[in-house]
Design a protein around this ligand. Structure first.
Ligand code: GAP
Length: 448
């Protein structure tokens, strides 16, 4: 984990929040490369669950919701951790995390456990009084439940169908740490999939497989993923069944995504508290029914950490070590780097033209500082799949070199074929399928 944290800081993926003031515990800021990585993860998720499907629609609901939502959802009562407080230093601890009966910080005596709600409270309007309390949402899910009728009426979807949402969630976590694994402000990617009661188990199994495959398709090694079933005693208050997709993080196996069968709990609760009908007219049976909900709930930040950990690699490189991220091209923050061999004016002009042209399609970096070898290493370290090198021969034959990150193999292609070639390679085509006039170029020497 230290290596990942250090790479993220050094290369501008992730910084501690408010660092110049000493940081804010368990809050993080994403730099240029981190924003791109997260954007790509969210885009890949949205493409898989909304764009390529007919049965899921998107939604973006507000973070602040009517306070009754949290009474109905059970969060006011049930979203709690049992905490003990040290009678001397007043630090609070999760009682189930403690091995000793004394305070881990000062050894002082501890109080009996008391329930502590994990939701952040704030006030709406100018007066800070009980009646104006609102909460920062601890999950995006509730926005989708309370909009069930709106979505149904406006999209005219039939069961089974789903709603998908990506957004921020906030939890006043007591046990934090492990970098962005558990923070107090994070982003979720959630689907609420509404099904006919009786078909819920089938859909539950379907979503387990779909979601597991999504991570594998984007490059996570299958052996680093496992499914873990929640035991009866650990199920959330709303869940009839739940599986975690666990990932082998550097600190051990831990939850990457949760997939729950929420039954009809949420729609029944919100109908009861709001007094509005949240039922569905089943045309087959001519009956009003309350759909069951299957919920695949993933974290953007946790996914980013898993993709980074899985992609991280070190290889011997002469006297040094080549650090590289084998990120899937669709997740890589920078898709292509354009590198002129020297800063000579005529080379720079060609390289800049290529850069201007390619950046209309992808995030592209231009780098002319230091040797080409160093520049390749810099791009390897941030996971850039392809480097395009412009050299003196390019001025004569109008061809450039494409160098691939993982194999370090190179091909030579004409500038007019460059965009189409990169497009095909970014979509997974073998580097050695050559465009017209293309040829295999030298292999970069590995310093083993
Ligand atoms: N709506 C269901 C729900 O929120 P959850 O298991 O509490 O379920 C779902 O959260 C996902 O959100 C987790 O699998 C994880 O990826 C992410 N997540 C939850 N708490 C987090 C935290 N404190 N920091 C970062 N990600 C978190």
């Amino acid at each position: 984990m230290d290596k990942i944290v250090s790479l993220c800081r050094r290369r501008g993926f992730i910084y501690p929040s408010s660092e110049i003031y000493g940081g804010l515990s368990s809050c993080w800021d994403y730099g240029h490369l981190g924003v791109e990585l997260k954007r790509n993860i969210k885009q890949a998720w949205w493409q898989a669950v909304v764009q390529e499907r007919d049965d899921i629609v998107g939604l973006d609901t507000s973070i602040l919701m009517h306070p009754e939502v949290w009474a109905a959802s059970g969060h006011l009562e049930g979203f709690v951790d049992p905490l003990v407080e040290c009678k001397s230093c007043h630090l609070r601890w999760r009682s189930d995390d403690l091995e000793d009966s004394n305070c881990p910080s000062c050894g002082g005596e501890l109080t009996e456990p008391r329930l502590f709600n994990l939701m952040f409270k704030t006030f709406m309007g100018p007066v800070e009084e009980e009646a104006n309390i609102v909460y920062l949402r601890p999950e995006t899910a509730q926005g989708m439940f309370v909009n069930f009728q709106n979505v149904l009426n406006t999209t005219r979807k039939k069961l089974p169908f789903g709603i998908a949402q990506i957004g921020k969630a906030f939890r006043n976590e007591i046990t934090t740490g492990n970098f962005i694994f558990r923070s107090r402000e994070f982003e979720q990617m959630e689907i609420e999939f509404f099904v006919k009661p009786g078909t819920d188990e089938e859909w539950f199994n379907y979503w387990l497989e779909e979601r597991l495959n999504w991570y594998v398709k984007l490059g996570i090694k299958r052996e680093n993923l496992q499914l873990r079933q929640h035991l009866k005693g650990e199920l959330a208050h709303y869940a009839r069944a739940c599986f975690d997709i666990n990932y082998l993080f550097p600190m051990g196996w831990a939850e990457l995504e949760g997939i729950a069968n929420r039954g009809d709990f949420d729609l029944v609760q919100h109908a009861k508290y709001s007094g509005k009908s949240l039922s569905y007219f089943d045309e087959e049976t001519k009956e009003q029914i309350t759909p069951y909900i299957i919920e695949p709930s993933a974290g953007v930040d946790r996914s980013a950490l898993a993709f980074l950990c899985d992609a991280y690699d070190e290889e011997p490189d002469k006297e040094e070590i080549r650090v590289l991220l084998h990120l899937h091209p669709s997740l890589a923050p920078i898709k292509v780097a354009v590198l002129p061999l020297s800063k000579r004016e005529n080379l720079v002009a060609v390289a800049k033209q290529i850069y201007t042209d390619l950046r209309q399609c992808w995030m592209v970096q231009y780098d002319d500082a230091q040797s080409v070898g160093r520049r390749y290493r810099r791009q390897d370290e941030i996971g850039t799949p392809f480097c395009v090198t412009v050299d003196f021969q390019s001025l004569e034959d109008n061809q450039v070199t494409i160098r691939e990150r993982d194999t370090m193999n190179q091909i030579r292609v004409s500038v007019s074929e460059l965009k189409a070639t990169l497009q095909a390679k970014l979509e997974g085509e073998d580097l050695f399928i050559l465009p017209p006039g293309g040829k295999i170029w030298k292999e970069e020497k590995r310093g083993v």
